[in-house]
Design a protein around this ligand. Structure first.
Ligand SMILES: *Cc1c(COP(=O)(O)O)cnc(C)c1O
Length: 425
Protein backbone atom coordinates (compact mmCIF):
# COMPACT_ATOMS: atom_id res chain seq x y z
CA UNK A 1 0.00 0.00 0.00
CA UNK A 2 2.84 2.38 0.93
CA UNK A 3 4.39 2.03 -2.53
CA UNK A 4 1.57 3.98 -4.16
CA UNK A 5 1.84 6.88 -1.76
CA UNK A 6 4.22 9.79 -2.29
CA UNK A 7 7.34 10.02 -0.18
CA UNK A 8 5.85 12.98 1.69
CA UNK A 9 2.93 10.89 2.84
CA UNK A 10 5.10 7.89 3.71
CA UNK A 11 7.24 10.15 5.91
CA UNK A 12 4.16 11.08 7.90
CA UNK A 13 1.97 7.98 7.65
CA UNK A 14 4.30 5.06 6.86
CA UNK A 15 5.12 2.27 9.28
CA UNK A 16 2.71 2.28 12.20
CA UNK A 17 -0.81 1.22 11.20
CA UNK A 18 -2.97 1.24 14.34
CA UNK A 19 -6.00 -1.00 14.60
CA UNK A 20 -9.29 -0.11 16.28
CA UNK A 21 -8.75 1.59 19.61
CA UNK A 22 -4.96 1.47 19.35
CA UNK A 23 -2.77 4.56 19.89
CA UNK A 24 -2.73 6.90 16.88
CA UNK A 25 0.94 7.66 17.56
CA UNK A 26 3.56 4.91 17.32
CA UNK A 27 3.84 3.52 20.87
CA UNK A 28 7.18 2.78 22.51
CA UNK A 29 7.13 -0.94 23.26
CA UNK A 30 9.55 -0.53 26.13
CA UNK A 31 9.73 -4.24 26.83
CA UNK A 32 12.57 -6.67 26.35
CA UNK A 33 10.21 -9.60 26.12
CA UNK A 34 6.82 -10.77 24.85
CA UNK A 35 4.29 -13.18 26.27
CA UNK A 36 3.11 -16.51 24.84
CA UNK A 37 0.57 -19.06 26.11
CA UNK A 38 2.31 -22.31 25.31
CA UNK A 39 5.81 -23.63 25.11
CA UNK A 40 5.06 -24.83 21.60
CA UNK A 41 4.22 -21.30 20.40
CA UNK A 42 7.55 -20.03 21.66
CA UNK A 43 9.46 -22.97 20.17
CA UNK A 44 8.06 -22.23 16.71
CA UNK A 45 9.38 -18.69 16.92
CA UNK A 46 12.85 -19.95 17.76
CA UNK A 47 12.72 -22.27 14.75
CA UNK A 48 11.77 -19.30 12.52
CA UNK A 49 8.59 -21.23 11.66
CA UNK A 50 6.30 -18.50 12.94
CA UNK A 51 7.00 -14.82 12.96
CA UNK A 52 6.40 -12.97 16.18
CA UNK A 53 8.15 -11.03 18.85
CA UNK A 54 10.03 -12.76 21.61
CA UNK A 55 13.08 -10.71 22.51
CA UNK A 56 13.90 -7.09 21.67
CA UNK A 57 17.49 -7.84 20.64
CA UNK A 58 15.97 -9.58 17.60
CA UNK A 59 12.78 -7.67 16.94
CA UNK A 60 10.56 -5.11 18.59
CA UNK A 61 7.25 -3.67 17.32
CA UNK A 62 8.36 -0.03 17.66
CA UNK A 63 11.62 -0.69 15.80
CA UNK A 64 9.85 -2.75 13.15
CA UNK A 65 7.29 -0.02 12.43
CA UNK A 66 10.09 2.47 11.84
CA UNK A 67 12.05 -0.05 9.75
CA UNK A 68 9.02 -0.60 7.54
CA UNK A 69 8.68 3.17 7.03
CA UNK A 70 12.34 3.36 5.92
CA UNK A 71 11.88 0.33 3.62
CA UNK A 72 8.93 2.11 1.98
CA UNK A 73 10.90 5.37 1.64
CA UNK A 74 13.74 3.55 -0.14
CA UNK A 75 11.43 1.31 -2.16
CA UNK A 76 12.92 -1.85 -0.64
CA UNK A 77 11.31 -5.10 0.48
CA UNK A 78 12.77 -5.26 3.99
CA UNK A 79 14.69 -3.13 6.45
CA UNK A 80 16.34 -3.57 9.82
CA UNK A 81 17.26 -0.91 12.34
CA UNK A 82 20.59 -1.02 14.11
CA UNK A 83 22.26 0.80 16.96
CA UNK A 84 24.41 2.97 14.66
CA UNK A 85 25.43 3.66 11.10
CA UNK A 86 28.69 1.86 11.84
CA UNK A 87 26.76 -1.27 12.80
CA UNK A 88 24.66 -0.95 9.63
CA UNK A 89 27.70 -0.90 7.34
CA UNK A 90 29.41 -3.67 9.32
CA UNK A 91 26.36 -5.96 9.12
CA UNK A 92 25.71 -5.12 5.46
CA UNK A 93 29.18 -6.44 4.61
CA UNK A 94 29.60 -9.36 6.99
CA UNK A 95 26.16 -10.70 6.14
CA UNK A 96 27.78 -11.84 2.87
CA UNK A 97 31.53 -11.71 3.59
CA UNK A 98 33.45 -14.01 5.89
CA UNK A 99 37.08 -14.85 6.53
CA UNK A 100 38.77 -15.14 3.15
CA UNK A 101 36.25 -12.89 1.36
CA UNK A 102 37.11 -9.69 -0.40
CA UNK A 103 35.07 -6.65 -1.43
CA UNK A 104 35.68 -3.51 -3.44
CA UNK A 105 34.93 -0.10 -1.97
CA UNK A 106 35.00 3.48 -3.14
CA UNK A 107 37.85 5.33 -1.44
CA UNK A 108 35.75 8.47 -0.93
CA UNK A 109 33.79 7.35 2.10
CA UNK A 110 33.23 8.41 5.69
CA UNK A 111 36.36 8.09 7.86
CA UNK A 112 34.68 5.72 10.32
CA UNK A 113 33.68 3.36 7.52
CA UNK A 114 37.17 3.59 6.02
CA UNK A 115 38.68 2.40 9.30
CA UNK A 116 36.04 -0.28 9.83
CA UNK A 117 36.67 -1.75 6.38
CA UNK A 118 40.38 -1.05 6.00
CA UNK A 119 41.58 -1.92 9.51
CA UNK A 120 39.06 -3.77 11.66
CA UNK A 121 37.51 -6.04 9.03
CA UNK A 122 40.99 -6.90 7.77
CA UNK A 123 41.77 -8.22 11.26
CA UNK A 124 38.82 -10.57 10.82
CA UNK A 125 40.20 -11.81 7.52
CA UNK A 126 37.84 -9.84 5.25
CA UNK A 127 39.92 -7.96 2.71
CA UNK A 128 38.99 -4.74 0.92
CA UNK A 129 40.37 -2.90 -2.08
CA UNK A 130 39.69 0.84 -2.12
CA UNK A 131 39.18 2.31 -5.58
CA UNK A 132 38.83 5.80 -6.97
CA UNK A 133 35.08 5.90 -7.75
CA UNK A 134 35.65 8.10 -10.79
CA UNK A 135 37.64 5.42 -12.62
CA UNK A 136 36.22 3.87 -15.77
CA UNK A 137 34.21 0.65 -15.58
CA UNK A 138 37.15 -1.24 -17.03
CA UNK A 139 39.56 0.15 -14.43
CA UNK A 140 37.12 -0.55 -11.60
CA UNK A 141 36.72 -4.10 -12.85
CA UNK A 142 40.43 -4.74 -12.30
CA UNK A 143 39.94 -4.58 -8.54
CA UNK A 144 37.67 -7.66 -8.58
CA UNK A 145 38.91 -11.11 -7.64
CA UNK A 146 37.32 -14.56 -7.61
CA UNK A 147 36.53 -14.12 -3.88
CA UNK A 148 35.00 -10.62 -4.26
CA UNK A 149 31.53 -10.51 -2.69
CA UNK A 150 30.36 -6.91 -2.91
CA UNK A 151 30.92 -3.41 -4.22
CA UNK A 152 30.37 -0.53 -1.77
CA UNK A 153 30.10 3.25 -2.16
CA UNK A 154 28.51 6.38 -0.68
CA UNK A 155 25.87 8.12 -2.79
CA UNK A 156 27.19 11.44 -1.51
CA UNK A 157 30.52 11.07 0.23
CA UNK A 158 31.15 12.38 3.72
CA UNK A 159 32.85 14.87 3.86
CA UNK A 160 33.98 15.47 0.25
CA UNK A 161 30.37 15.48 -1.09
CA UNK A 162 31.41 13.59 -4.24
CA UNK A 163 28.48 12.08 -6.16
CA UNK A 164 28.61 8.36 -6.88
CA UNK A 165 27.73 7.28 -10.42
CA UNK A 166 25.30 4.67 -9.11
CA UNK A 167 24.41 3.18 -12.49
CA UNK A 168 28.07 2.73 -13.37
CA UNK A 169 28.77 1.07 -10.01
CA UNK A 170 25.71 -1.17 -10.41
CA UNK A 171 26.88 -2.30 -13.86
CA UNK A 172 30.36 -3.10 -12.55
CA UNK A 173 28.99 -4.98 -9.52
CA UNK A 174 26.44 -6.97 -11.52
CA UNK A 175 28.88 -7.86 -14.29
CA UNK A 176 30.97 -9.50 -11.53
CA UNK A 177 28.00 -11.27 -9.94
CA UNK A 178 27.99 -9.27 -6.72
CA UNK A 179 25.53 -6.82 -5.13
CA UNK A 180 26.03 -3.07 -5.00
CA UNK A 181 25.73 -1.74 -1.45
CA UNK A 182 25.42 2.03 -1.08
CA UNK A 183 25.37 4.28 1.95
CA UNK A 184 22.60 6.82 1.28
CA UNK A 185 22.99 8.79 4.53
CA UNK A 186 23.61 12.24 3.04
CA UNK A 187 21.19 12.19 0.11
CA UNK A 188 18.34 10.46 1.99
CA UNK A 189 15.52 8.85 -0.01
CA UNK A 190 13.97 12.30 -0.35
CA UNK A 191 16.72 13.29 -2.79
CA UNK A 192 17.83 9.93 -4.16
CA UNK A 193 16.45 6.39 -4.18
CA UNK A 194 19.48 4.30 -5.15
CA UNK A 195 17.45 1.10 -5.66
CA UNK A 196 15.82 2.74 -8.69
CA UNK A 197 19.31 3.18 -10.17
CA UNK A 198 20.40 -0.42 -9.59
CA UNK A 199 21.69 -0.53 -6.01
CA UNK A 200 20.83 -3.80 -4.26
CA UNK A 201 21.29 -2.84 -0.62
CA UNK A 202 21.08 0.61 0.93
CA UNK A 203 22.51 1.56 4.30
CA UNK A 204 21.99 4.60 6.49
CA UNK A 205 23.39 6.35 9.45
CA UNK A 206 19.93 7.46 10.63
CA UNK A 207 21.85 9.64 13.10
CA UNK A 208 22.02 12.31 10.39
CA UNK A 209 19.09 13.77 8.39
CA UNK A 210 16.66 10.97 9.17
CA UNK A 211 16.72 11.73 12.88
CA UNK A 212 17.59 15.28 11.95
CA UNK A 213 17.66 16.69 15.47
CA UNK A 214 20.88 15.10 16.73
CA UNK A 215 19.10 13.06 19.39
CA UNK A 216 19.91 9.41 18.55
CA UNK A 217 22.72 7.44 17.01
CA UNK A 218 21.21 4.79 14.76
CA UNK A 219 21.49 2.87 11.52
CA UNK A 220 19.42 1.02 8.97
CA UNK A 221 19.89 -1.53 6.20
CA UNK A 222 17.35 -1.78 3.39
CA UNK A 223 17.28 -4.65 0.93
CA UNK A 224 15.84 -4.12 -2.55
CA UNK A 225 15.08 -7.84 -2.82
CA UNK A 226 16.49 -7.65 -6.35
CA UNK A 227 19.80 -9.48 -6.07
CA UNK A 228 19.59 -13.10 -7.17
CA UNK A 229 21.68 -14.87 -4.52
CA UNK A 230 20.82 -18.31 -5.86
CA UNK A 231 22.22 -17.41 -9.28
CA UNK A 232 25.63 -16.94 -7.61
CA UNK A 233 25.05 -19.58 -4.95
CA UNK A 234 28.75 -20.52 -4.73
CA UNK A 235 29.67 -16.97 -3.74
CA UNK A 236 27.00 -16.65 -1.06
CA UNK A 237 26.82 -19.97 0.80
CA UNK A 238 25.58 -18.20 3.93
CA UNK A 239 22.33 -17.43 2.13
CA UNK A 240 22.04 -20.45 -0.14
CA UNK A 241 23.16 -23.42 1.99
CA UNK A 242 21.76 -24.75 5.29
CA UNK A 243 22.41 -22.64 8.41
CA UNK A 244 23.35 -25.17 11.08
CA UNK A 245 22.72 -22.58 13.78
CA UNK A 246 19.06 -22.53 12.64
CA UNK A 247 18.31 -26.23 12.17
CA UNK A 248 19.50 -26.28 8.61
CA UNK A 249 17.30 -23.49 7.27
CA UNK A 250 18.29 -22.17 3.80
CA UNK A 251 17.51 -18.45 3.83
CA UNK A 252 16.87 -17.99 0.11
CA UNK A 253 14.56 -21.03 0.03
CA UNK A 254 12.67 -20.21 3.20
CA UNK A 255 12.44 -16.42 2.89
CA UNK A 256 12.79 -15.51 -0.81
CA UNK A 257 13.22 -11.77 -1.19
CA UNK A 258 13.42 -11.38 2.59
CA UNK A 259 16.45 -13.71 2.78
CA UNK A 260 19.19 -11.10 3.25
CA UNK A 261 17.50 -9.13 6.06
CA UNK A 262 16.17 -12.30 7.73
CA UNK A 263 19.69 -13.74 7.84
CA UNK A 264 21.12 -10.47 9.15
CA UNK A 265 18.52 -10.43 11.92
CA UNK A 266 18.46 -14.14 12.75
CA UNK A 267 22.24 -14.62 12.75
CA UNK A 268 24.10 -11.35 13.10
CA UNK A 269 21.71 -9.50 15.40
CA UNK A 270 21.24 -12.66 17.46
CA UNK A 271 25.01 -13.08 17.89
CA UNK A 272 26.33 -9.51 17.85
CA UNK A 273 23.38 -7.61 19.27
CA UNK A 274 23.73 -4.12 17.78
CA UNK A 275 20.03 -3.47 18.13
CA UNK A 276 18.20 -0.15 18.22
CA UNK A 277 16.42 0.69 21.42
CA UNK A 278 12.64 1.14 21.04
CA UNK A 279 12.93 4.61 22.52
CA UNK A 280 15.51 5.66 19.94
CA UNK A 281 13.33 4.20 17.19
CA UNK A 282 10.43 6.32 18.45
CA UNK A 283 12.57 9.49 18.28
CA UNK A 284 13.86 8.52 14.84
CA UNK A 285 10.26 8.18 13.71
CA UNK A 286 9.49 11.72 14.86
CA UNK A 287 12.41 12.90 12.74
CA UNK A 288 11.21 10.94 9.73
CA UNK A 289 7.78 12.57 9.97
CA UNK A 290 9.32 15.86 8.82
CA UNK A 291 12.19 14.57 6.65
CA UNK A 292 10.43 15.67 3.44
CA UNK A 293 10.12 19.23 4.80
CA UNK A 294 13.59 19.55 6.31
CA UNK A 295 15.71 18.11 3.50
CA UNK A 296 14.64 20.63 0.82
CA UNK A 297 15.29 23.49 3.27
CA UNK A 298 18.78 22.13 4.05
CA UNK A 299 19.50 21.99 0.31
CA UNK A 300 18.09 25.43 -0.46
CA UNK A 301 20.10 27.03 2.37
CA UNK A 302 23.28 25.12 1.46
CA UNK A 303 23.14 26.18 -2.18
CA UNK A 304 22.84 29.84 -1.16
CA UNK A 305 25.71 29.51 1.34
CA UNK A 306 27.87 27.64 -1.22
CA UNK A 307 27.29 30.35 -3.83
CA UNK A 308 28.08 33.04 -1.27
CA UNK A 309 31.30 31.27 -0.22
CA UNK A 310 32.36 30.78 -3.83
CA UNK A 311 32.03 34.52 -4.46
CA UNK A 312 34.02 35.45 -1.33
CA UNK A 313 37.67 36.35 -1.87
CA UNK A 314 38.81 34.86 1.47
CA UNK A 315 37.64 31.43 0.30
CA UNK A 316 40.11 29.31 -1.68
CA UNK A 317 37.72 26.64 -2.92
CA UNK A 318 34.20 25.26 -2.39
CA UNK A 319 32.93 21.75 -3.01
CA UNK A 320 29.19 21.41 -3.29
CA UNK A 321 27.61 19.25 -5.97
CA UNK A 322 24.77 21.75 -6.44
CA UNK A 323 27.25 24.38 -7.72
CA UNK A 324 27.62 24.67 -11.49
CA UNK A 325 31.41 24.72 -10.98
CA UNK A 326 31.33 21.28 -9.34
CA UNK A 327 32.74 18.38 -11.36
CA UNK A 328 29.79 16.41 -9.97
CA UNK A 329 27.13 18.91 -11.07
CA UNK A 330 25.85 16.75 -13.96
CA UNK A 331 25.79 13.57 -11.88
CA UNK A 332 23.99 15.45 -9.11
CA UNK A 333 21.37 16.72 -11.59
CA UNK A 334 20.85 13.17 -12.82
CA UNK A 335 20.62 11.33 -9.50
CA UNK A 336 19.40 14.16 -7.25
CA UNK A 337 17.41 16.59 -9.37
CA UNK A 338 15.65 18.01 -6.34
CA UNK A 339 18.86 18.86 -4.44
CA UNK A 340 21.79 17.05 -2.84
CA UNK A 341 22.33 17.72 0.85
CA UNK A 342 23.16 20.46 3.34
CA UNK A 343 26.85 19.66 3.62
CA UNK A 344 29.48 21.87 2.01
CA UNK A 345 33.23 21.35 2.01
CA UNK A 346 35.44 24.39 1.58
CA UNK A 347 38.92 25.71 2.23
CA UNK A 348 40.09 29.18 3.21
CA UNK A 349 43.01 31.08 1.79
CA UNK A 350 45.66 31.28 4.48
CA UNK A 351 47.04 28.92 7.07
CA UNK A 352 45.48 26.01 8.93
CA UNK A 353 45.64 28.14 12.11
CA UNK A 354 43.55 30.83 10.39
CA UNK A 355 40.98 28.21 9.41
CA UNK A 356 40.77 27.11 13.04
CA UNK A 357 40.44 30.73 14.16
CA UNK A 358 37.60 31.20 11.67
CA UNK A 359 35.74 28.24 13.18
CA UNK A 360 36.38 29.45 16.73
CA UNK A 361 34.92 32.87 15.84
CA UNK A 362 31.59 31.58 14.60
CA UNK A 363 28.74 32.51 16.95
CA UNK A 364 25.62 30.31 16.69
CA UNK A 365 27.27 27.98 14.21
CA UNK A 366 29.03 25.56 16.56
CA UNK A 367 31.98 23.21 16.26
CA UNK A 368 30.48 19.78 16.84
CA UNK A 369 31.24 16.21 15.80
CA UNK A 370 28.09 15.89 13.81
CA UNK A 371 26.57 16.69 10.48
CA UNK A 372 23.16 16.81 8.96
CA UNK A 373 20.97 18.04 11.76
CA UNK A 374 18.74 21.07 12.05
CA UNK A 375 21.49 23.29 13.52
CA UNK A 376 24.28 24.62 11.32
CA UNK A 377 27.64 23.28 12.47
CA UNK A 378 31.26 23.01 11.38
CA UNK A 379 34.07 20.53 11.76
CA UNK A 380 37.65 20.23 10.56
CA UNK A 381 37.87 16.57 9.49
CA UNK A 382 41.68 16.41 9.35
CA UNK A 383 41.79 17.44 13.06
CA UNK A 384 38.60 15.63 14.13
CA UNK A 385 36.70 12.77 12.41
CA UNK A 386 39.52 11.76 10.06
CA UNK A 387 42.40 12.37 12.42
CA UNK A 388 43.49 8.69 12.42
CA UNK A 389 44.14 8.83 8.68
CA UNK A 390 47.59 9.50 7.24
CA UNK A 391 48.09 12.44 4.84
CA UNK A 392 48.02 9.94 1.99
CA UNK A 393 44.78 8.34 3.17
CA UNK A 394 43.28 11.81 3.65
CA UNK A 395 43.96 12.62 0.01
CA UNK A 396 42.57 9.23 -1.06
CA UNK A 397 39.41 9.87 0.98
CA UNK A 398 39.00 13.28 -0.69
CA UNK A 399 39.77 15.16 2.52
CA UNK A 400 42.17 18.05 1.95
CA UNK A 401 44.07 19.07 5.12
CA UNK A 402 42.42 22.51 4.93
CA UNK A 403 38.89 21.14 4.34
CA UNK A 404 36.23 22.68 6.56
CA UNK A 405 33.00 20.71 6.65
CA UNK A 406 30.03 23.02 7.02
CA UNK A 407 26.70 21.35 7.68
CA UNK A 408 24.07 23.91 6.81
CA UNK A 409 20.98 23.71 8.99
CA UNK A 410 17.43 24.92 8.58
CA UNK A 411 17.79 28.31 10.28
CA UNK A 412 17.29 31.53 8.32
CA UNK A 413 19.93 31.53 5.59
CA UNK A 414 20.77 35.23 5.97
CA UNK A 415 21.61 34.63 9.63
CA UNK A 416 23.86 31.72 8.63
CA UNK A 417 25.69 33.82 6.05
CA UNK A 418 26.02 36.75 8.47
CA UNK A 419 27.61 34.48 11.06
CA UNK A 420 30.11 33.15 8.49
CA UNK A 421 30.82 36.69 7.25
CA UNK A 422 31.61 38.09 10.69
CA UNK A 423 33.87 35.11 11.48
CA UNK A 424 35.74 35.56 8.21
CA UNK A 425 36.28 39.21 9.09
C1 LIG B 1 27.98 9.22 10.26
C2 LIG B 1 28.09 8.30 9.14
C3 LIG B 1 28.28 6.93 9.33
C4 LIG B 1 28.40 6.33 10.70
O1 LIG B 1 27.19 6.41 11.35
P1 LIG B 1 27.04 6.48 12.97
O2 LIG B 1 25.57 6.56 13.11
O3 LIG B 1 27.79 7.67 13.44
O4 LIG B 1 27.60 5.20 13.50
C5 LIG B 1 28.33 6.12 8.22
N1 LIG B 1 28.25 6.63 6.97
C6 LIG B 1 28.08 7.96 6.75
C7 LIG B 1 27.99 8.46 5.36
C8 LIG B 1 28.00 8.83 7.82
O5 LIG B 1 27.84 10.15 7.59
Amino acid sequence: MDKKLSLDTICVQGGWKPGKGEPRVLPIYQSTTFKYDTSEQMARLFDLEDSGYFYTRLQNPTCDAVASKIAALEGGVACMLLSSGQAANLYAIINICEEGSHFVCSSTIYGGTYNLFGVTLKKFGVDVTFVDPDLSEEELGKAFRPNTKALFGEVLSNPGVAVLDIEKFARVAHSHGVPLIVDNTFATPINCRPIEWGADIVTHSTTKYMDGHATCVGGAIVDSGNFDWDKYADKFPGLTTPDESYHGIVYTKAFGKQAYITKATAQLMRDLGSSSSPHNAFLLNLGLETLHLRVPRHCENALKVAEWLEANDKVAWVKYPGLKSSPYYELAKKYMPGGTCGVIAFGLKGTREEAIRFMDNLKFICIVTHVADARTCVLHPASHTHRQLTEEQLVEAGVAPDLIRLSVGIENVDDIINDIEQALK
